[in-house]
Ligand binder design. Sequence first.
Ligand code: ZN
Length: 448
Amino acid sequence: MSVHNQVGNQPEADELFGLLEQLFPITRSITGQGVRTSLAILQEHAPLNIVEYSSGTKVYDWTIPKEWNIQDAYIADENGNRIVDYQENGLHVVGYSIPINSKMSFTELLPYLHTLPNLPNAIPYRTSYYKESWGFCLTQNQLDTMDHSADYEVVIRSELTEGSLVLGEALLKGESEKELLISTYCCHPWMANDNQSGMVVATFLHRYLAQKKKLRYSYRFVWLPETIGAITYLAHNEEVMKAIEGGFVISCCGGQGKISYKETYLGNHLMDRAVMLAFRDQGIEPWMRPFAPDGSDERQYSMPAFRIPMCTISKDKYYDYRYYHTSLDDLEFVSGDNLLATYRLYIDAIEILEKNVTYKTLMPYCEPQLGRRGLYPLTGGGVNQSVNDEESVNSVSAQLDAITWMMFLADGGADLVTIAERSGQPIDSLFEAAEKLKEKGLLEITCE
Ligand code: ZN
């Protein structure tokens, strides 16, 4: 489906990137003020409810941890100069670090320092959510300048308190009780592609759908900390989850690499087929990534008790890019245009699902006389033949192809997705043809 047929308020690349920039320098984690601040920013674009679950709450095999907040952290040399400074980049501290205020030798400090020797100018992203620990992340270049015989002042001003896990939730009611789930995570600090890009794209998908006059499906949006957030949400919404037909885990939408597609655990579910048609009609061949029970929250939603088919369109997908989980996954690495490209694929896949009804011909005995109904060029012989105005001939032929395929395949057993797959015709053209045929009394919808 071409983008010009999408309705509603389409964002500009700059708008997507602008929101990403706002979210970038915030120290988020699986709990804490950073998540609240980020969700408050998203609330300016989507009316999401903020829900809090207390520390210590049991959620299946897990327990919601204490809330973590941090004010400051640094390593200073003997002259008091901060050589590693949390204020410059939130990635410098291992997420969930316990407080520390100590003087120690380089040798004592070294086990608490994390670097990436293969990417010497990158700060790695490290966390320790469930084991009380502390640490600093720095570039290999920074580590190389440290004096092995010196003492260092090591300070982390953080707190672990009985607080809560915070998530954002928004429900858009459609005509059907059947829901599609749009889930993204909001727990990574200071990285643009993983996962601020997902927060941004999900928010603009919400804006698009909220402005549509008619929705077939209902849509449940969640912005939550990865793993523990999804587990918490599932544990508190088991009944609700039964109405969910499928969904998207939105992650890594703005990188520079090839667009990839991670299939649902079923691989050939309607979700997969709709996404494949979105790619096909945009002329994009995705890098196919079969389902594996790793990655993001699809592995929670698709577990045996839920079995919700979840899929992901990415650019570049986590694991696949060199800057993954490093400070080089920054505002230079993503672009508004890349965010928009991924956003458009999601919108097209959603539009395909929205339009996917089953049609039945009312003229099953031989083909109807289209010319009499204004659906066929009145002068015979000109179809598929190049004359002066090539474009208009092509467009007439294309419309006619869509009409004839629709009349041929709409036997009451095939939905629009099946007809598009079998005919090779663009979804847009088939939908337009179906509208015309319905108007002329040649076609009816049998199954919404
Ligand atoms: Zn990640």
